[in-house]
Design a protein around this ligand. Structure first.
Ligand SMILES: Cc1cc2nc3c(=O)[nH]c(=O)nc-3n(C[C@H](O)[C@H](O)[C@H](O)COP(=O)(O)OP(=O)(O)OC[C@H]3O[C@@H](n4cnc5c(N)ncnc54)[C@H](O)[C@@H]3O)c2cc1C
Ligand SMILES: NC(=O)c1ccc[n+]([C@@H]2O[C@H](COP(=O)([O-])OP(=O)(O)OC[C@H]3O[C@@H](n4cnc5c(N)ncnc54)[C@H](O)[C@@H]3O)[C@@H](O)[C@H]2O)c1
Length: 455
């Protein structure tokens, strides 16, 4: 093992997703000798193949949908003609710098960190190998290697030119038709974008409903919204076999029916590989699918993990939140431990599905006395005016008199969520929530109504 000062650092960060980049930059700014290692682009999936370009696509698709709503509300705008090249160019020019991370690398090294592009692997406590070069970390190692698209073991699939989030986000031309394997967050968001740009889309979801991790009422409302966009949703049936004949995909479903399309997008979840980054050398089971962490994001003595690999929620805000916890822990600064009871998440479909904390099913499984209140957005004044689809649902722990979960589905559902995220995180007594004033006529005023329906 090299012991010279060029190969010895206080902290080595392997994988520079949003959280890893934040840890490396912040610790360097605080005067620590930090080495950041990434085999891909500094910043990870979120800025290059995830949140940011996908939300740019969604912004464009929503503009098309909004233009089409003029008829019936305000007159006519003539024919709305989608042009994907505008979106593809914006993703290249504004979001990803054509998948070049020079700005991010300069930002990191500008803060005083050293950056090495390569594949890092823990070789034991305090030891990291990067493509054959050994490094020592005297204070600790932080792992933020994230996830890649999980390719389900469907016969034939691996031999076909399927798309993952990378290919669809890099696409300069859209196919005429698309099969989307998986109706989770990625599948729902991107299906709607594609459909609004004129692609014939079929979503295949093995579970009995799309967005299966959220409230069933939200799944049902989203199902309706996707169908209204012309999307075919096949749920409760998995794919048995995939084939590609050089120009088109054929998917045979478990019920024997077949689908065909020009392209196939795999959006069937994400996969982390803790052993690949050597976490097995510091106590993580060889076959573990996550890096188990404590409430300081410690995996073991001198090893921390942040982001998707921890299994606490595959979201950029979780990665950044955990990074803050790790920065404090490494520096010995005071601060609260990590807690996830008020984990917020937003699926940026139209309508948006915001959610925080537990769903009703989770609450009923974990708590003794659960109350639920639900208000369809169409029953609120603003929702009726806007002809908005969606709902507000609140889930309460009746014994403690606080909310433990909520769903806000509708236009700007992710923004309406803010109020309820505060309520769940702050454990604000329900009687305080019911005694406050809600502005009229807002969508968030539906919260008051849902609280009034708690039963
Ligand atoms: C299409 C899509 C849309 C999404 N939209 C949202 C959204 O709207 N909101 C949201 O909160 N989240 C969203 N996400 C999730 C979000 O992108 C991730 O949760 C986020 O990127 C955090 O991931 P991470 O910090 O674990 O690391 P990642 O972003 O996965 O980055 C990990 C980094 O580690 C590097 N790496 C891996 N192994 C090694 C190794 N051995 N050595 C060196 N480097 C290595 C990789 O090159 C990569 O740069 C979306 C994801 C996708 C795919
Ligand atoms: N707006 C956001 O915050 C956002 C957006 C996109 C992604 N993400 C993050 O990325 C993660 C991954 O997204 P995702 O949509 O790939 O995963 P997901 O786990 O949310 O959904 C995957 C879906 O694919 C289905 N599936 C699995 N195998 C299948 C098969 N063989 N045939 C048919 N269906 C199958 C699953 O039942 C599941 O419903 C999300 O969990 C989320 O944390 C977040």
């Amino acid at each position: 093992m090299a012991t010279d000062s060029n190969h010895t650092f206080d902290v080595i960060v392997i994988g520079l997703g949003p959280g890893g980049e934040h840890v490396a930059g912040s610790l360097a700014e605080r005067g620590l000798r930090v080495l950041g290692v990434d085999r891909g682009l500094v910043g990870g999936e979120c800025p290059y193949w995830g949140c940011i370009p996908s939300k740019m696509m969604i912004r464009a698709a929503d503009a098309l949908a909004e233009a089409r709503r003029v008829e019936g509300l305000a007159g006519s705008v003539g024919e709305v003609s989608p042009d994907w090249s505008v979106v593809a160019k914006r993703i290249r020019d504004e979001a990803t710098d054509n998948w070049d991370d020079r700005v991010a690398v300069d930002r990191l090294t500008g803060k005083g960190a050293t950056f090495v592009r390569g594949t890092g692997r823990i070789a034991g406590p305090g030891r990291v190998d990067v493509d054959g070069t050994a490094y020592t970390a005297t204070k600790g190692i932080v792992v933020n290697t994230g996830t890649t698209a999980a390719v389900p073991p469907v016969e034939g699939l691996r031999d076909t030119p399927y798309w993952t989030n990378h290919e669809i986000i890099e696409a300069t031309e859209l196919p005429a038709s698309l099969i989307v394997l998986g109706g989770g967050a990625i599948g729902c968001e991107l299906s709607q974008v594609m459909a609004r740009f004129g692609v014939e889309v079929t979503v295949v979801e093995a579970a009995d409903r799309i967005l299966a991790l959220e409230e069933p009422e939200a799944s049902a409302a989203l199902h309706k919204a996707l169908e209204a966009d012309g999307i075919t949703v096949r749920q409760g049936v998995g794919a048995d076999k995939v084939a590609h004949d050089g120009s088109a995909f054929t998917v045979t479903l478990a019920d024997g029916s077949t689908l065909s399309a020009e392209r196939l997008l795999v959006a069937a979840g994400r996969r982390a590989d803790p052993a690949a980054v050597g976490l097995d050398t510091v106590g993580v089971a060889q076959d573990s699918r996550t890096a188990p962490v404590d409430d300081r994001c410690r995996v073991s003595d001198g090893v921390w993990a942040v982001g998707d690999i921890t299994g606490k929620g595959a979201f950029t805000h979780v990665s950044m939140y955990q990074a803050g916890v790790v920065i404090r822990d490494v520096l010995g600064d005071d601060g609260p431990p990590a807690e996830y009871a008020a984990l917020p998440r937003v699926t940026f479909t139209d309508p948006e599905v915001g959610a925080v904390g537990m769903t009703e099913a989770q609450a009923r499984e974990r708590l003794g006395n659960v109350q639920v209140g639900l208000t369809p957005l169409g029953e609120t004044t603003r929702g009726w005016i806007a002809r908005a689809d969606g709902l507000i649902k609140v889930v309460a722990d009746a014994d403690r008199g606080v909310l433990v979960g909520a769903t806000t589905m509708g236009p700007a559902g992710g923004e309406v969520l803010g109020a309820l995220a505060v309520a769940v995180h702050g454990e604000v007594p329900i009687e305080r929530l019911t005694s406050m004033i809600y502005a009229y006529p807002t969508l968030h005023r539906g919260i008051e109504d849902a609280l009034g329906r708690l039963a």
